[in-house]
Design a protein around this ligand. Structure first.
Ligand code: NAP
Length: 261
């Protein structure tokens, strides 16, 4: 995730030499330094540039140890701390580093190729300038959407965080069905991926809602109408069940982490 953010920033013209990577394994952070021209530094606490933006991208369970070790430096430099740690609530962050401005971000895996869909949440008291800094950083990896309350992070995680896996499953299912119907597998895969990508881009570029786009390509009695009536039977209740299950799990995991932190 840290690499994805570094790549996004560098591809958007942010000066690489202003980015410091603090991580325990020299060979891994040196590889980032060689690839992007960022500075490679040990994970030990050291003074930070004033008003720096610090991204916490280590594992959620390491947060207590890492933030406790860095608490003095984070406060002294009046940094903006952005946490991408899944399931770590703002209250846990604030308890670990009181007096430090914090933003919680939930990215997803397409962030790695600049096509992410991330959600952000910050406490009401965080000022506009700092919100804009966080938003700009996240936008360098794709879409950035602010959430009005922290509870929505669970449903956003269920939708966008877990979403790429649902899409991969959908692609698998389309491919298998097409192969069962007589297409070659490699051709079925290419067609399924290009169709999904083309439809998603069309939906993004169009002013019309997906339902209207669907109506536009559905002639009464045609092939699309026949296919859609089969999808309609099961898809909507299934989508609701899948997102509710993932959101519930996100809440459970966040509660467990809150106890541990
Ligand atoms: N992957 C995802 O799709 C995804 C999605 C949403 C949120 N997240 C969140 O993003 C965070 C990172 O996930 P990931 O998948 O990128 O994990 P990862 O590949 O294991 O990366 C963790 C990074 O933390 C570094 N680290 C370990 N100890 C450290 C320390 N003491 N100080 C500084 N850095 C330290 C590691 O450095 P070394 O390389 O030197 O070991 C490693 O680069 C997690 O909190 C996760 O919940 C990930």
């Amino acid at each position: 995730m840290a690499r994805a953010l570094i790549a996004g920033l560098c591809n958007h013209g942010f000066p690489a030499q202003q980015i410091q990577v603090h991580a325990p394994h020299p060979q891994r952070r040196d590889a980032l330094a060689a690839e992007f021209g960022v500075q490679s530094l040990a994970a030990e606490p050291c003074p930070l540039p004033p008003e720096a933006i610090v991204v916490y991208a280590a594992k959620p369970k390491q947060m207590r140890a890492i933030l406790t070790a860095w608490a003095h430096e984070l406060r002294a430099a009046r940094v903006l701390l952005i946490s991408v740690a899944a399931g770590v609530r703002l209250s846990s962050l604030q308890a670990l580093v009181p007096e430090v401005d914090v933003v919680r971000v939930m990215p997803n895996t397409p962030t790695q190729i600049g096509a992410g869909a991330s959600t952000l949440y910050a406490p009401a008291e965080l000022d506009t300038a700092r919100r804009q800094q966080a938003e700009k950083l996240v936008q360098s990896t794709g879409l950035a959407e602010w959430l009005p309350d922290e509870e929505s992070m669970d449903m956003a995680t269920a939708l966008a965080g877990s979403g790429p896996a649902y899409v991969f499953l959908f692609l698998e299912a389309l491919e298998d069905a097409a192969v069962a119907g007589g297409l070659y597998r490699d051709q079925a895969r290419r067609l399924a991926i290009a169709t999904l990508r083309g439809a998603a881009e069309l939906a993004q570029q169009s002013d019309l809602a997906p339902a209207l786009l669907r109506h536009q390509v559905t002639s009464p009695g045609g092939t699309t109408a026949a296919g859609l009536s089969a999808w309609e039977e099961g898809l909507r209740p299934l989508a609701k069940r899948a997102l509710d299950a993932a959101s519930r799990r996100s809440q459970e995991l966040a509660a467990l982490l809150a106890e541990e932190l």
